[in-house]
Design a protein around this ligand. Sequence first.
Ligand code: AMP
Length: 398
Amino acid sequence: MDTILVVNAGSSSVKFQVFSVDGRGALERQIKGQVDGVGTRPRMRAADAGGGVIADRSYPAEQALDVSSALGIAGTWLREEQRIAPVAVGHRVVHGGPDYDGPVLLDGAVVSRLDRLSPLAPLHQPHNLAPIRSIMANFPDLPQVACFDTAFHRSHGALADHYAIPFGLYAEGIRRYGFHGLSYEYIATELQKVAPGIADGRVVVAHLGSGASMCALRKGRSVDSTMGFTALDGLTMGTRPGQIDPGVILHLQTAKGMSAADVQNFLYRECGLKGLSGISNDMRDLVTSDDPHAILAVEHFVHRAALNVAMLAGALQGLDALVFTAGIGENSAHIRARIADKLGWLGAGVDAKENARHATEISTPDSRIPIYVVPTDEERMIARHTVAMLANAPPSLG
Ligand code: AMP
């Protein structure tokens, strides 16, 4: 049976999954793994379809000094020990710029074009592209497909796409791109199965993980998002502040003498739940803490989330459903209930029992807004796109 390799490369780790694909394009996950500790203490772990551990190995630092060699370790293991020879590789690439509104088959020219977008996502894009280049060099005939976090949001109209800044800067690429698009695209397709009645309606999807954003869907297409030019804007996140007055950044630079690099590190790594609580970026640690700063951090997360649901409902001119997904959205009944509670004025109500068991529909029968929990699967979305690209067809629901 054919297999597809899906790669999600970051700065210090590379995640990979292997899907088998049958003659009708149906996908089944076979292996899920990652190599982390790149450049420090590389370690590869992998599990089979049932979650059983099939690899857990450490390597000397010099064997995985960068993400490309880390993926090389995984590739050699997949080929030589698991006998996997993928027919194509699908990559998560954070930025597709203003032009790509869907996945693209990669060649040298496309990679160069994507490289020119690196200044827009300096912490992610170069790491996403490095393994693509090394696979291209070592396996020139293996088709590779780039799937972008931004592509799903290219359906935004001008009002959602522009900042109120001089038009020339928009033309240069300073736009509200939006991110987590593969997650939202997956949820939009899942809604057709789990809630066909609202899949064509006005839906706010809350992707609440260590990175968090929301997307306004109308008829399954993105019309607005809480994230913009970078993945810093919008909701309170694990270590990112979400919406912040740009004057704060100016103040940090002028009054506190922080360099651009200092500010970048601050915004990506020191803010959000971690900065507010001074304890942890992990919601699990905070919801069980009675420290007043932890309580404030959780309250802030909930408050900003509820405000942003209402903002996106404004963009949609109404709300037919709310969907929770990602680490916090899928697993924390407590946070879901608290956000829904703050949306009581909109008529939202959560059924405590259904919520506690993480049911697909967690709203009360008389809730004016149905509320769903739908697990996301960005890697499966990438695998679907990759199969569709090979077959030159739209992605299936497999
Ligand atoms: P993700 O980025 O989607 O993988 O989400 C990871 C985040 O989900 C972690 O940092 C945790 O804060 C959060 N998370 C996972 N499980 C739970 C849970 N049961 N309760 C609260 N937060 C959770």
